[in-house]
Design a protein around this ligand. Sequence first.
Ligand code: AMP
Ligand code: MN
Ligand code: MN
Ligand code: MN
Length: 283
Amino acid sequence: MPSPFDLHSHSIVSDGTLTPTQLVEHAAAQGVRVLALTDHDDIGGLAEAAEVAARHNIAFINGVEVSVTWHKRTIHVVGLKVSPAHEPLVKGLEAIRAGRHARAEGMAAGLDEIGITGSLEGAYSYAKRGIISRSHFARFLVETGHAKDISAVFKKYLVKGKPGYFEHRWAELDGAIGWITGSGGVAVLAHPGRYDLGRTNMATLLAEFRELGGAGIEVVTGSHTPEQYGHFARLAHQFGFLASLGSDYHGPGHGYMDMGRLPDLPPGCVPVWQDWPEAEAIH
Ligand code: AMP
Ligand code: MN
Ligand code: MN
Ligand code: MN
């Protein structure tokens, strides 16, 4: 039986392809009972999703996935149960979104230099409701025939050292955690297996994350292998973190795992939802 929880997902408010309404409807069809929408750096989809979730008997969790720069690396911090009215969170996310716009201009300038014109407008044509991201440039570049698919386009144009990559500084780790916890939310380190950190750096990150008020890490996510479920379950235990679970779904055919497919947390994990009233009806 797959897990009825999904605490990491995206809508068109960030780089997903479904509207918040469609996303919640899809979650319901896939058997999800407790759902968090965690758009990148934007909480503009939460009200719509919450309303639709109520009609589908889904317990809805207000979430966000904050982009952070930690020692020159980009890491993602998921906030669960955030209050969308909390001023520092609202202002902090606004600042990140403004930075995204400036970064997009830099990306487009880089692509202009190699003769790919119109990418700023092209990318924005996919980003109608919230943030602008590399995913929107990727869709434009695939549509205009510059690569065969999204994964190829990232490799060729959008990663460090490539023409469409533009160095950018995101939020500070302590700032992001502070906005989340200050709003009453729980800060969870997203997909730790994706950061390509060695043992020592991972231990440093986890210790610092904990020290700054982070309470959980994603153990089961669409971007971890089953071996990584076990590995990060052990690290969660070792560092005293709650464990979270989420698909990181971005819409149909987007290379990420579908909703309603993830297994339960490995035995021994303390779920991030352990004392949530929303989770009481489950299991
Ligand atoms: P950004 O926050 O603008 O840097 O965009 C990051 C987003 O791009 C991630 O959240 C993913 O959804 C997507 N992404 C990053 N790398 C890849 C990749 N190699 N293939 C497909 N999507 C990717
Ligand atoms: Mn994304
Ligand atoms: Mn992420
Ligand atoms: Mn995500």
